[in-house]
Design a protein around this ligand. Sequence first.
Ligand SMILES: [Zn+2]
Length: 91
Amino acid sequence: MPLETIKPNLADPVLDDGDHERFSHIILEGFTPKKGDFIPVGTSVVESIVTGAPVTALCGKVWVPNRNPERYPLCPTCKDEAKKRGWDVPS
Ligand SMILES: [Zn+2]
């Protein structure tokens, strides 16, 4: 009986980060904005990159950030949620 070699399929790895990595999300960990407050994007993300702690975005996404989100456009769902609450959001 010949030994079978099981090869890992490494030919075409799919590096899908998920769409949460393609937007900057609004993260409200640690503070509660008042109506009219300006909501910064990404400060908690930067902190979380250091600590490795997962963050929860306003749109409900939970993930562990691993890169600075500032070069991505603002998540439309986060933006809508913030506007509904009367907060000032980055454009
Ligand atoms: Zn979002």
